[in-house]
Design a protein around this ligand. Structure first.
Ligand code: CA
Length: 216
């Protein structure tokens, strides 16, 4: 899952990025509205954390532009606690949820997880495919009720496929959603990780759809 953080406060930006990376997300960051708008317009994100008060272009304008251009990724807006008008403006512009500052990073994480799940059409925090269960809250995978140890890359790949279960996901889409913008997109790592996941655990869960991609 690839997340964009647009926040001009450098400390807060770093804190959010750190927390997201710790939780297994791939994160790109921007420190002003223009840069953030550009990234959200050109890169595929599974969710965006967008501050409302930003230099160059404010968060509401960034979001309005994305929505006008059909960019419909889930957006969690960061607003000031005492400015209820900000929250209304954010929701009107197309925000899916908001968190008021100052916040506990755990709250941001919980809301983000819920947004990503809902965007993929899952109401519960646990997604099950056959004998495999993904607990999005704990970032844990179990197979036949036994916990399974995965590397962060393996987890991300499996988590993306499970969030999109039943759909064919192309190799390009996986690369775009599992790695940040500096990743070498020509490498064969996806095949390697799919192979490892199959060998390690549950060969039946990832199906190769010839010429198109993979399906959980
Ligand atoms: Ca700000």
């Amino acid at each position: 899952m690839r997340i964009l953080v647009v926040e001009d406060d450098e400390n807060l930006n770093r804190q959010l990025v750190h927390m997201l990376e710790e939780s297994g997300y791939v994160v790109d960051k921007a420190f002003d509205g223009e840069e953030g708008h550009f990234l959200g317009d050109t890169e595929p994100y599974d969710a965006v954390i967008l501050d409302i008060g930003l230099p160059e272009m404010d968060g509401v304008t960034v979001l309005e532009n994305w929505r006008r251009d059909g960019r419909n990724m889930p957006v969690l807006m960061l607003t000031a606690r005492d400015r209820w008008s900000d929250k209304v403006a954010g929701i009107d512009a197309g925000a899916d949820d908001y968190v008021a500052k100052p916040f506990h990073t755990e709250e941001v994480l919980a809301r983000l997880r819920a947004l990503i799940r809902r965007a993929a059409g899952h109401a519960s925090s646990e997604i099950v495919v056959g004998e495999v269960s993904l607990d999005t809250k704990q970032s844990r995978v179990t197979y036949k009720d036994q916990p399974v140890k995965l590397t962060s890359h393996e987890f991300r790949l499996l988590s993306y496929l499970i969030h999109h279960k039943g759909e064919v996901v192309s190799r390009t889409e996986l690369i775009e959603h599992l790695y940040d913008q500096d990743f070498d997109k020509d490498s064969n790592t996806i095949e390697v990780f799919v192979g490892r996941l199959r060998k390690k655990l549950f060969p039946e869960i990832i199906e190769t759809v010839r010429g198109l991609g993979y399906r959980a």
